[in-house]
Design a protein around this ligand. Structure first.
Ligand code: COA
Length: 708
């Protein structure tokens, strides 16, 4: 296999060929040549068409072989059936990168064909972008090799998009929104190049200040995580992903599975990697623009300056939502703002200048915020009033923005009012000033910038891989798979917990009513009883569970009740016996789980446990392996954290033992490929140092199907 070409040849090719260039101006093969020419690309352009002739004043070559010059990038724009031949011609010409515009591959079920093409290309030292893409734009080379808009605003935002149509729309919108692009890459079916490799290049590209991704699915998520985790420490990476719904998750036999809808996992993984997720294009563009133009704040202290009380309250709510810290030192605030605030206003944050504020008081307040070194960022809110000369607005805001920027203090504005205000917003926004007609939009920009700054200064914490006895675990799972069984019986799950040193209550399986009584007496009352059957996965639903049994008589009654109820619920189930277990001391019930995600590999989960886990949805996910700190931040994302800390005056619980268990279940799923899901629900958490006890453990094996 030949060495991979460097990605800079994709972004700065010395020569570009368009295979399928057409003189028919309705065809994509024409539009691409036209865009390359109009974009001012300085390298050589080689239109290829068997008819030869001339196109847009360029000589057309009948074939690639006829070109007498270097071709770093070939854009293939011939119907799918002709692509293999075109790629072979590229190999013969030592092309480095191929962009396959043509559709008709994986998206219509022909994944094999594109894989073959990508493999062949790589074997010839070439890389493939696509197929099914609209091309690539690179500001460095002034190259617009797309059939998107002709006009592109050069800048520092690199967009990598899976959706072609949306990508083209984003290209157009970026001009309208005044977001300058350093690159626009359409990755389409990702037969070869995907987001991960492109991000790696783009974060090292001096022209790029931030990367925006639009993704639909992420087949090589593990690889992506590795790259993006590092990338976000250098530059902001934003993502928009379609498909928030969690369809497909319902058919999974574990809570972890059904809660781990693809989107919940995607969201968690992005957060863990420091990727900023936007819900929509509007937010994404707003944030890109803000991150592009502003410098990171020197600290978190933010002050709201407003001439309206209501909008100030709205802004306070928005600050809470987006994690923007409102500075509270009243003495400092008073010293700065009392001279510009009327007696009936407020110097408490939000600083309320009241509806009486004139351009000069507003200006003075902005200056006071600028001059106070304890204040690191300002949110300027303005409601149009009769006493404020709206014509003064534009100049005042532009002036404040410039001064704040020079001083390295982020500032955002929200303006509410009529036509004059709207036209000011438009004019200022076109100058790159972060100004909005919605408080939440403005403050979300600041929130995102603060989150990015925090992420960048946070040190790299050691990623932990827990030690487990994988050989013993694999023996157990193999034995089950040999029986064509895709879930483990309680005693097998117990053996795995033992091998992983996760504490369990004492238990034994009784096969007769007499054994049940004998074991209960040996273990000590009170006991719990659970049916043991490979055919009954949801034991409670089948009436297969009895708790808090105090003596032999209760054990006998429960044994009979379990047997008859299970017989009724699942008449064909083979019941192997009843597990008699130690009744566990009450602790804090949480859920800990791990599963193999189709995109991201091993993923761990924890949160509030118990039977309502799917209703409460108080769980957090994280990609494994992870640092202890990341495991802790998962716990903090859920309400379980407050309880574990000791709500209602209780002692703090053994959070460290929960973290340890999370790392261990993650390691089991990572190292034991037979296992697809582990779920411990509940796991009882005791006071600090007293550890945890796994009460109910469910383990599913790969290729598992719902059985009950
Ligand atoms: N080398 C050079 N030129 C070739 C060629 C080859 N091996 N094979 C064909 N051509 C020429 C054709 O003669 C034609 O030129 P002409 O207009 O002078 O006759 C030109 O290439 C284009 O071929 P044509 O058969 O007319 O195809 P088309 O332009 O109608 O469609 C695609 C080609 C690639 C655009 C089309 O097949 C396709 O896939 N469209 C979807 C693209 C898309 O949506 N991509 C994803 C975007 S996100």
């Amino acid at each position: 296999m030949n060495a991979k070409p460097e990605l800079r040849y994709l972004f700065q090719p010395r020569g570009v060929a368009v295979v399928g260039a057409s003189s028919n101006s309705d065809k994509i093969g024409y539009k691409i040549v036209d865009n390359i020419v109009s974009g001012g690309y300085q390298g050589r352009i080689y239109p290829i068409n068997p008819k030869g002739g001339e196109l847009l004043s360029l000589p057309v070559f009948p074939s690639l072989q006829d070109v007498n010059g270097l071709i770093d990038l070939a854009v293939i724009v011939v119907p799918a059936r002709g692509v293999v031949e075109a790629v072979q011609a590229c190999a013969a010409k030592n092309v480095k990168f191929i962009t396959i515009i043509s559709s008709g591959f994986a998206e219509i079920g022909k994944a094999d064909l594109e894989t073959q093409i990508a493999n062949y290309a790589r074997s010839q030292g070439m890389r493939v972008l696509g197929p099914n893409v609209f091309g690539i734009y690179s500001s460095r080379a002034s190259l617009n090799a797309t059939f998107g808009p002709k006009r592109v605003k050069k800048g520092r935002v690199a967009i990598v998009t899976q959706s072609g149509a949306l990508g083209i729309a984003m290209m157009g919108r970026s001009v309208v929104e005044s977001v300058g692009l350093s690159a626009m890459v359409s990755v389409g079916n990702k037969a070869d190049l995907d987001e991960g490799e492109l991000i790696e290049y783009l974060v090292n590209d001096e022209e790029t200040r931030l990367v925006l991704l639009y993704v639909e699915g992420m087949p090589h998520g593990e690889r992506f995580v590795e790259t993006v985790r590092k990338a976000t420490k250098t530059k902001p990476v934003l993502v928009i992903k379609s498909g928030r719904s969690s369809h497909g998750a319902a058919a999974v036999a574990s809570h972890t599975g059904s809660l781990a809808g693809s989107d919940a996992v995607f969201d968690a993984v992005m957060r863990q990697c420091g990727v900023i997720r936007a819900e929509n294009l509007r937010d994404a563009f707003g944030w890109c623009k803000f991150l592009d133009y502003s410098k990171p704040a020197l600290g978190p202290n933010t002050v709201i300056i407003t001439n309206g009380g209501g909008i100030g309250v709205l802004a306070t709510d928005a600050c809470e939502k987006y994690g923007v810290y409102l500075y509270e030192d009243l003495a400092v605030l008073r010293a700065s703002f009392s001279k510009v605030t009327p007696a009936f206003g407020s110097v408490k944050n939000p600083v309320d200048l009241t509806g009486e504020a004139t351009p000069s008081t507003y200006q003075e307040a902005l200056n006071a915020g600028l001059d106070n070194d304890n204040i690191h960022a300002v949110i300027g809110l303005f409601c149009q009033t009769a006493v404020f000369d709206g014509n003064a607005l534009e100049a005042m805001i532009a002036d404040a923005y410039q001064k704040y920027t020079e001083k390295g203090k982020p500032i955002v504005f929200t303006l509410l009012g009529g036509e004059l205000v709207e036209s000011s917003i438009l004019a200022l926004s076109n100058r790159g000033i972060p100004i909005f007609s919605e408080v939440y939009e403005a403050i979300s920009c600041l929130g995102v910038a603060f989150a990015q700054s925090r992420h960048m200064v946070e040190p790299h914490y050691r990623i932990e891989e827990a030690q487990i006895d994988a050989a013993t675990i694999s023996q157990i799972t193999r034995a089950a798979l040999e029986q064509k069984r895709f879930f483990l019986l309680p005693q097998e799950a117990r053996a795995i917990m033992d091998a992983a040193h996760i504490g369990l209550p004492v238990s034994r399986v009784a096969r007769t009513i007499d054994e049940a009584v004998q074991y209960a007496e040996e273990i000590g009352f009170p006991v719990v009883m659970k049916v043991v059957s490979r055919d009954i996965v949801h034991k409670s639903d089948a009436g297969g569970v009895a708790l808090d049994l105090d003596d032999a008589a209760e054990v006998m009654d429960a044994y009979q009740a379990i047997m008859s109820s299970c017989r009724e619920h699942a008449p064909h189930a083979v019941v192997e016996g009843v597990e008699i277990g130690q009744m566990v001391l009450k602790g804090t019930e949480i859920i800990v789980g791990a599963r193999r995600d189709p995109s991201f590999g091993p993923v761990v989960m924890c949160g509030l446990g118990g039977v309502y886990v799917e209703v409460l949805k108080e769980v957090a996910f994280g990609v494994y392996p992870l640092s202890r700190r990341e495991a802790m931040s998962m716990i903090k994302q859920t309400k379980a954290y407050q309880i574990l800390l000791g709500a209602r005056g209780e002692e703090r619980k053994d959070i460290e033992a929960v973290i340890e268990t999370l790392l261990v279940v993650g390691a089991i799923v990572k190292q034991c490929k037979d296992i697809s899901d582990i779920e411990i629900n509940p796991i009882m958490v005791y006071e600090s140092g007293a550890g945890v006890k796994a009460i109910d453990v469910r383990i599913l094996l790969s290729k598992s199907q719902e059985t009950a």
